[in-house]
Design a protein around this ligand. Structure first.
Ligand code: EPZ
Length: 429
């Protein structure tokens, strides 16, 4: 028995039809959980899906001495009694986003110990920009026995110039700057909606922030932050995944409560591919009845095409009428889904950061193995249209960032079964 590992059996089949509600945005919720460290009273976040990444982050907060309670989709964090400032290695290695605790711990205690990031599925993931920013704010960063020991007796407001757009780098500094002495100006800040949602939450806690959602964010430090209640924005990456599922299967899918401006670059590419996209007050709707036209995609920081949707869109382009190129400009190793899509009959060649996808008339079901969060989503989407049965193994990657994705897709007409993985030899394909 392999513990609680599971796999999917997916029957390729009918067009997906119907309406679906996405969960709360994982990449907005994780920085908010980090911000609970600097809240002077409990911080309550609503619309929190049951995700492994959220559970791991909650466990880290508990190991730092705080309390984390979940009631349905609401998570309440009280770090007031906490005291530890070292993020445990065994949990940090499972969750890159644990780096988001660096700024809050530094702001609260003047010291933070963060494991030096190891490699991860999609790339090296350095944190040099985070460390450079905190150094500008008066911190000393020392490598010590596999961790960054960062100290700042006084965190001072500073002018931070990021060398590249970094989402968690922006968020890390944004949180710390709320309690720094004086004003912080973050230049070349990330524009992602999740950064804006974090700023909304911090303002409810008493932070003084202007310019979130633009490249320059101003933060005026305050003496302390209070507790607050905040409802997380919907997950635009999950929404994109569900809309692509609708387009891929030639269906008619509406994703509710998602603002089209969160996904404009993806919606434009869906329209270019021959799908019809519309939005009303209820959400965004995609219908595809025409053949899939090939398009060119290049991932970029927001508002560009999101890297977190690259793998899913590649699965869709496997069915195009010609040749598509997909350029991955954010991470250096984010094509691990290519080898598995090839097992399903896709015709994809990769050279450096560019994948060339030649459309095929049909994909054929086969056993495949998930390698990372978004790659696993692309394999599930491919299974929806592949002829016959597709088995997707190691779906714990999927459960990190999607809550019960199979139930959402099945409610639209898919046929996906989740089964426990017995001993390797017992699962006959
Ligand atoms: C966030 O990761 C997201 N994670 C990622 O989502 C997302 O893919 C990524 O932003 C890009 O949008 C969370 O928000 C928790 P970055 P992050 O710092 O902040 C380089 C998912 O699937 N860089 O914006 O770690 C970096 O190597 C995850 O939900 C440095 O070189 O990404 C990358 O090439 C995966 N030095 C680029 O910048 C640094 O100090 C953008 O990375 C920081 C980043």
């Amino acid at each position: 028995m392999k513990g609680n590992r599971h796999y999917f059996i997916i029957e390729g089949g009918p067009p997906l039809r119907g309406e679906i509600l996405p969960g709360g945005a994982k990449n907005a919720i994780l920085p908010m959980m980090a911000a609970s460290v600097v809240a002077g009273a409990p911080l309550r976040i609503r619309n929190v899906p049951k995700l492994d990444d959220v559970d791991v982050f909650g466990e880290i907060l508990r190991q730092l001495g705080g309390s984390v309670e979940r009631e349905n989709d609401t998570v309440t964090m009280d770090q007031f009694a906490a005291g530890a400032c070292e993020v445990p290695y065994d949990l940090a290695k499972r969750l890159r986003a644990s780096v988001l605790l660096l700024g809050p711990l530094l702001a609260r205690y003047g010291v933070a110990d963060i494991p030096i990031p190891g490699g991860c599925d999609i790339g090296d993931r350095p944190i040099d920009q985070h460390l450079k920013a905190f150094t500008m704010m008066g911190a000393a960063c020392v490598k010590d026995h596999g961790k960054w020991h960062v100290t700042a007796p006084v965190l001072k407001g500073a002018r931070i110039d990021f060398d590249m757009k970094t989402v968690t780098g922006t968020e890390n500094v944004l949180i710390a700057a709320c309690l720094a002495r004086g004003e912080t100006v973050i230049n070349n800040a990330a524009l992602e909606p999740e950064v804006v949602d974090l700023a909304r939450c911090l303002k409810k806690m008493g932070a003084r922030i202007e310019g979130e959602g633009t490249s320059t964010i101003h933060v005026e430090g305050v003496a302390s932050l209070r507790g607050a209640e905040h409802t997380a924005m919907p997950d635009r990456i999950e929404a994109a995944t569900l809309l692509i599922a609708g387009a891929m299967t030639g269906g008619d899918v509406t994703v509710q409560h998602i603002a089209p401006e969160y996904l404009e670059s993806v919606l434009n590419k869906l329209e270019e591919s021959g799908a019809r996209v519309s939005s009303d007050g209820r959400g965004v709707r995609v219908i595809r009845r025409e053949p899939v036209r090939s398009v060119t995609v290049a991932t970029n920081p927001f508002p560009g095409f999101p890297t977190d949707v690259q793998a899913q869109f590649m699965a869709y382009m496997c069915l195009s009428d010609s040749v598509s190129t997909i350029e991955e400009n954010i991470f250096e190793n984010r094509f691990r889904h290519v080898a598995e899509l090839r097992r399903l009959g896709a015709d994809i060649s990769v050279s450096g950061r560019v994948a060339v996808v030649k459309g095929v008339s049909e994909l054929s079901g086969a056993p495949v193995t998930a390698t990372d969060l978004r790659a696993s989503a692309s394999l599930v989407l491919a299974g929806l249209v592949a002829d016959g049965e597709t088995i997707v193994k190691d779906i714990e990657h999927l459960d990190r960032g999607y809550e019960k994705l199979e139930e959402k897709l099945n409610s639209l007409g898919a046929s996906i079964r989740r089964l426990p993985e017995e001993d390797e030899c017992e699962v006959i394909y």
